[in-house]
Design a protein around this ligand. Structure first.
Ligand code: ACM
Ligand code: ZN
Length: 571
């Protein structure tokens, strides 16, 4: 009883504090309309901001779409216009918010995803003019505009007493990196379409443009493949799930998990279209040839030993992987990837390649026969089995290339030979990314610990929900430098090599995250820090400004009803 009362008082005080903060942020914009106001601490901070005197009143302003907008931009901006009139009112204003599609805003080098991302905003007392060459620029302009407005813009209805003036200013903006991703692992724990869309909504707010959907793993296969319907019937379910940490526990919960926990092709297409409407590309990952227990439990003939296999209830790495010596495996993978290509229009398809132990291949007559046939041998750098894995990756890369696609794979692809044109996702070390860049391959930095949001957020681990390992506070994420190697004597990258670092991605692996509420707790506010690493040039990064911006984002999270971690606020 006493504990409950204590919690109630605490809850009431937190609510009151949040209301005061929300009111405070609403009031700031009204205080000083003839002077040059300070720029709000937008996250991620724009490349160039110039503040001017005066304010523009958003309440009742008319939104004008001009310049022959493409259909996606028009749809996005129409939703924005409706939203603004719903939250700020549609009556009485004299100003105009003009969105102009302008080919002169096109980037000379549109980046790895071919998106038009530049935008400009000019705010004068009478009008706001937004220019962009395409959807992505408009999405980012809208996100910046929303951060210039009172935080009630993140609500769904009009709140009385809010001043809707925004400061006059000129903003010219474009991102530092063309690939700005977030990975969500739905194999360990499943997140439904509604939750996935919510995740994508937060990516939109943070100006991210790639949703990396980790769809298959040892603990569950979660995407419908029509040619192999048993994959989702059998491969999505596990008998039980580990309780406690996988390094120390052998205890299971005794509860089956995963029935019906997979996406139909129709649902996948719905998510892909939803993301596309916000300028976000969905890149699927079919993790191969390791992390395949979902498929092996379904079709034991795909393994070296023939099984039997079981969808794993424990986290970690399985010694059982796809057999690289059997033709049936290559046929299976081609069939799966053909359907994946039908569902996902993205140029990139992620084919994993991480954590594939070689013990089964070393003992497997089929794998050894393949090694002989291919003339593979150990050398001073790698074992023949590593080159066998390179052969698998190369085979799938060639298959996808015939369909106009390119592969991304984890940095284990460097053990052996990289497939031509493969993009390397560096997760174990930035130095692995640098190695790939020196070899002339594109690289996405998804490096742990900095960008692994499954880490603890406090050094007081006992006070936190169980997490995989480590300690990753917001400032550590924010400090990530993709050009800094862990190796003290590493050669610096040349400018040409740096140009191969096409992006930054954070990952949310879900071994220890079974609810969406917990997932949000792990994401926010570290995702804000990720967005600054992705978007801002180093000269534009300022911790004090960012830290103040987090206070603003906290109000946004409250209004949107998102859960978040509060360590940065000393709570
Ligand atoms: C990974 O974390 N195994 C890519
Ligand atoms: Zn084998």
């Amino acid at each position: 009883m006493g504990v409950q009362c204590g919690l109630c008082v605490q809850y009431f005080m937190m609510k009151t504090l949040r209301l005061i903060l929300i009111t405070l942020f609403a009031a700031v914009a009204c205080s000083n309309d003839a002077e040059i106001m300070p720029c709000p601490e937008i996250i991620p901070y724009p490349a160039d901001v110039e503040m001017n005197a005066g304010t523009f009143d958003v309440a009742g302003a008319k939104v004008v779409l001009s310049g022959g907008l493409d259909s996606l931009s028009k749809a996005y901006l129409t939703l924005f216009a409706d939203h603004i009139s719903a939250v700020a009112g549609s009556e009485g204003g004299r100003g105009r918010i003009i969105f102009r599609q302008d080919a002169s805003m096109s980037s000379a080098c549109p980046g790895p995803l071919g998106k038009e991302e530049n935008y400009s905003i000019e705010i004068t007392p009478r009008k706001i003019t937004v220019r962009a060459a395409g959807l992505n620029g408009f999405v980012y302009a809208v996100q910046t505009l929303k951060q210039l407005m009172p935080s009630q813009v993140y609500g769904t209805e009009q709140v009385s007493g809010v001043c809707w003036e925004v400061p006059c200013c000129t903003i010219e903006d474009s991102p530092r990196f063309g690939y700005r991703g977030m990975l969500l692992d739905v194999a360990r724990y499943f997140y439904n379409v509604e939750e996935v869309k919510k995740f994508i909504d937060m990516m939109e707010i943070h100006k991210m443009n790639v949703f990396h959907w980790h769809l298959t793993d040892d603990q569950g296969w979660r995407v419908e493949i029509k040619k192999y319907p048993e994959l989702t019937e059998v491969g999505s379910r596990r008998r039980h799930t580990l309780v406690g940490h996988h390094h120390t526990s052998n205890e299971y919960d005794g509860k089956p998990y995963g029935e019906g926990m997979w996406y139909s092709q129709e649902q996948i297409r719905d998510v892909v279209a939803y993301a596309a409407s916000k300028g976000i590309t969905v890149i699927p990952e079919i993790d191969l040839p390791g992390h395949m227990m979902g498929a092996l439990a379904t079709y034991p003939e795909l393994g070296c030993t023939g099984g039997p296999y079981e969808v794993m209830g424990k986290w970690g790495i399985s010694d059982d992987v796809l057999c690289a010596g059997k033709d049936v495996v290559y046929t299976f993978l081609e069939d799966v990837l053909a359907e994946i290509c039908d569902m996902f229009p993205s140029q990139y398809i992620h084919i994993g390649g991480d954590e594939c132990p070689k013990v089964r291949w070393e003992a497997c007559p089929d794998c050894q026969k393949k090694i002989k046939e291919l003339g593979l041998a150990d050398d001073e750098k790698h074992a023949a089995e590593h080159y066998l894995q390179s052969h698998v990756m190369r085979h799938m890369s060639d298959f996808l290339a015939q369909r106009g696609r390119k592969i991304i794979g984890w940095d284990e692809m460097l053990q052996g030979e990289l497939a031509p044109g493969a993009t390397v996702m560096a997760w174990r070390k930035t130095e692995n990314g640098h190695k790939a860049a020196r070899l002339g391959h594109d690289v996405i930095m998804a490096t742990r610990p900095y960008l692994y949001l499954d880490r603890y957020q406090s050094e007081d681990k006992a006070a936190e929900p169980l997490a995989i390992t480590g300690y990753l506070p917001v400032d550590m994420v924010w400090s990530f430098d993709p050009y800094k190697s862990e190796k003290e004597d590493a050669e610096l990258l040349t400018d040409e090599q740096k140009s191969h670092v096409i992006g930054i991605q954070a990952s949310l692996w879900t071994e220890y995250i079974s609810t969406y509420d917990h997932l949000e707790y792990m994401l926010y506010p570290r995702m804000d820090a990720v967005s600054e690493v992705q978007w801002c040039c180093p000269e534009n990064k300022d911790w004090d400004r960012f830290r103040k911006g987090l206070d603003r984002m906290r109000v946004v999270y409250d209004i949107m009803g998102y859960n978040y971690a509060t360590h940065i606020w000393g709570e």
